[in-house]
Ligand binder design. Structure first.
Ligand SMILES: C[S@@+](CC[C@H](N)C(=O)[O-])C[C@H]1O[C@@H](n2cnc3c(N)ncnc32)[C@H](O)[C@@H]1O
Length: 271
């Protein structure tokens, strides 16, 4: 897929997913976000950049750790995500965080301005993730560190069929390289290629728990990466896509709900 088109699909797709995102994904992504924050070891007073920050789930946790003497800048390509993050920061009265709409591959931020750069479950969506890592490297001060979390290998993620199911109904790629970074040593190698040293990776398995079909479908279609394509489906197409997805996760059914396996890879590198 052409990079410009991929960025547009991401930008406007996540605008559509923004309202449903936390309801469906906050708890499920928590193990990866927690490991990312543990590897980041953020300290009071530090300057943190959160790339592809979404609704600010990780940025706000980082801001709680930096305290008011520090600063957090959250960036995301989706305007609606950025607005939601700002609203939440306002509700929590957190002043040391700002959110700006920005493409991960072209950060409108000065060189060497941060101690920590993080990206939680965002790099899979970026057309050129190496470029995004180079931008994180550029904006880090010498001695700074970067940490990124991505989904793991396709065969470890029980929900992976969502992509071919949607793609076959729109005759295009929704997210062509989604599982690439989480396979083998790919993400760690991208960190090295971007100039990071002391690169280390951790891989953890997880389980996506859904109480019923509605939750499993909501997370897969309306609240996530295929939201753009899905919003254009007519009702019969929606119904056939729902049926195909539920069939693809049928072996993970437990009672009236689901426990779908997944995997995350989290990598840290030093500038
Ligand atoms: C799964 S969400 C993760 C959000 C957040 N980091 C979290 O952990 O909850 C992925 C985010 O990546 C953003 N995104 C996708 N492509 C992007 C790009 N090229 N530049 C910046 N953000 C991007 C989306 O808008 C979306 O908010």
């Amino acid at each position: 897929m052409d990079a410009k088109l991929q960025r547009r699909v991401q930008r406007y797709g996540w605008d559509k997913a923004a309202e449903d995102y936390e309801r469906f994904w906050a708890a499920q992504l928590r193990p990866a976000q927690d490991l990312l924050l543990a590897l980041a070891g953020i300290r009071s007073g530090e300057r943190v950049l959160d790339v592809a920050c979404g609704t600010g789930l990780v940025s706000l946790q980082a801001a709680a750790t930096t305290g008011p003497s520090g600063k957090v800048v959250g960036t995301d390509i989706s305007e609606r995500m950025v607005e939601r993050a700002r609203e939440e920061a306002g509700r929590q009265n957190v002043e040391q965080v700002v959110f700006q709409r920005m493409d991960a591959e072209a950060l409108d931020l000065p060189d060497a301005a941060f101690d920590v750069a993080i990206c939680a479950l965002g790099l899979m969506y970026v057309p050129d993730p190496l470029r995004a890592l180079q931008e994180m490297h550029r904006t880090l001060a010498p001695g700074g560190r970067a940490i990124a979390a991505v989904w793991g290998a396709r065969k470890q993620c029980g929900w992976a069929e969502i992509f071919p199911i949607v793609e076959s109904r729109v005759q295009s790629d929704v997210c062509p390289m989604f599982f690439h970074l989480g396979t083998g040593d790919t993400l760690a190698q991208a960190f090295r290629d971007a100039g990071f040293s002391e690169v280390r990776a951790e891989r953890i398995t997880t389980e996506l728990a859904y109480e019923g079909e509605g939750q499993a479908l909501g997370a897969a279609f309306a609240g996530g990466p295929v939201a753009m394509a899905y919003s254009r489906f007519d009702q019969p197409t929606r119904e056939s896509a729902h049926a195909a997805y539920l069939e693809s996760i049928a072996t993970f059914r437990r009672g009236s709900g689901y426990r779908v396996p997944g995997e995350f890879v989290v990598v840290r590198g030093d500038r």
